[in-house]
Design a protein around this ligand. Structure first.
Ligand SMILES: Cc1cc2nc3c(=O)[nH]c(=O)nc-3n(C[C@H](O)[C@H](O)[C@H](O)COP(=O)(O)OP(=O)(O)OC[C@H]3O[C@@H](n4cnc5c(N)ncnc54)[C@H](O)[C@@H]3O)c2cc1C
Length: 375
């Protein structure tokens, strides 16, 4: 944890401050064109910013109360993969609108029989002249109903071994033959969808990288991480933190139940440990070292920490916990009720807790490889 942010008179700070004084309320497009949405991307989409420069930009945007466009899958996963393997035409067509938040993206990876075992996917794409014809089904597709494009992986060579013969496509979500069916979660909201493909014709120019080489690109998609100083909330960066819950308890006179006091102290300790792991990762990146196993360790701990916060918050509601309007100790419900119902998803999405532990077992502890029962 041996780093300080550059001082107030650092020229990189001066540059973004000058830009912000000319653009005090920037649109997504203005932020994207200035390279401030993903500053670590190469020019002209980003600024080739090193980790310290990224942190300076984050710091200045936060001070000016400027939020970046929301397009998590587009900016976080689709964009880096297109940058890595897309053609120049694909980069020109997709990257700027995606950074500006003008075209939202979804991820068409999971299938009813292929989640943790993603390479077992069965959706087929068959080449037919200048097009591929896609048939199959995807599930748990967050935001498919609001998306302009999806990143799609489908099997193009069924005779190849499991990890070969998969290709990676950009799929326009309004193509005929795509049916999007909503899945309403127990939170009462509709975020997920089932997506059915029946003879969907995708132009061959939408193939990203080479045919049958999609598995390595899927790994690029899932492995993208930028440097970020802020720890964010307990629900994958959103929502309240342990500190927020402890503030609520303090402002309402504290708790006297010894077990509840122990649980609150435990939340505080978990939060501090996660902060230290995060700072270690940032510090390593600044020294030019690749992200280490901390990423998997942190994901396991942060997801379970989020669930612990939400369980304690619900228990602090007492019998009021049965009401949607009740927060801890009678505080307004805000994110607490939704957060409690969402929190089981934390240890499933983005790689389950068990799968992350397999990674830690194999890559950190050097234990034998997980058995592939489906092979
Ligand atoms: C909030 C949220 C958002 C999501 N958004 C998307 C999205 O936008 N696009 C998309 O494609 N997918 C999305 N998903 C799906 C997600 O990627 C899968 O749910 C996840 O990969 C797990 O797959 P599965 O549900 O098929 O469970 P399975 O893989 O069937 O797992 C079932 C259980 O078996 C365990 N298990 C499986 N394999 C092993 C093993 N080798 N060792 C030990 N235990 C094992 C798992 O840990 C789990 O407990 C989302 C999921 C969530 C919760």
């Amino acid at each position: 944890m041996d780093f300080d942010l550059p001082p107030e008179d650092d020229p990189r700070r001066a540059e973004i401050r000058a830009w912000l004084s000319n653009n005090p309320h920037p649109t997504g497009r203005q932020l994207a064109e200035a390279g401030y949405v993903a500053p670590h991307w190469p020019k002209p989409y980003g600024l080739d910013a090193d980790p310290i420069h990224q942190l300076v930009i984050d710091d200045e945007l936060r001070r000016a109360n400027v939020r970046r466009p929301e397009n998590m899958i587009g900016i976080g996963w689709a964009g880096p993969t297109i940058l890595h393997a897309g053609s120049e035409a694909q980069k020109e067509r997709y990257l700027l609108p995606l950074l500006a938040g003008e075209e939202v993206w979804c991820q068409l990876f999971s299938e009813p029989g292929a989640g943790s075992d993603l390479a077992g996917l069965r959706t087929r794409a068959v080449r037919d002249g200048d097009e591929y014809i896609v048939n199959g089904q995807k599930i748990w597709t967050s935001g498919a109903h609001m998306s302009k494009f999806g990143i799609l992986i489908a099997r193009t060579d069924p005779d190849a071994s499991k990890h070969k013969g998969i290709s990676y496509f950009v799929c326009p979500m309004d193509t005929p033959g795509i049916e999007i069916r909503p899945i309403v979660e127990m939170t009462g909201t509709h975020m997920f969808n089932e997506v059915f493909f029946t003879d969907v014709r995708i132009p061959a120019e939408n193939l990203v990288g080479d045919e049958n080489e999609g598995w390595s690109l899927a790994k690029v998609t899932l492995g993208n991480e930028r440097v970020s100083l802020s720890s964010g909330g307990a629900l994958w960066g959103r929502g309240p933190t342990a500190g927020d819950l402890i503030d609520v308890v303090r402002s309402r006179g504290g708790v006297h139940d010894p077990v509840m006091r122990q649980r609150l102290a435990r939340l505080h300790i978990e939060e501090k440990v996660l902060d230290l792991i995060r700072l270690r990762t940032v510090s390593a990146r600044i020294r030019g070292e690749p992200p280490g196993p901390e990423a998997s360790i942190r994901k396991v701990m942060a997801d379970e920490h989020g669930q612990h916060i939400m369980q304690v918050s619900r228990d602090l509601c007492g019998s009021g916990g049965m009401l949607t309007t009740s927060g801890p100790l009678g505080a307004p419900s805000d994110m607490w009720y939704y957060g409690y119902l969402f929190s089981p998803a934390l240890t499933i999405g983005g790689g389950t807790g068990e799968v992350q532990r397999n990674i830690i077992g194999e890559r950190v502890l050097g234990l034998p490889h997980d058995m592939d029962l489906s092979a």
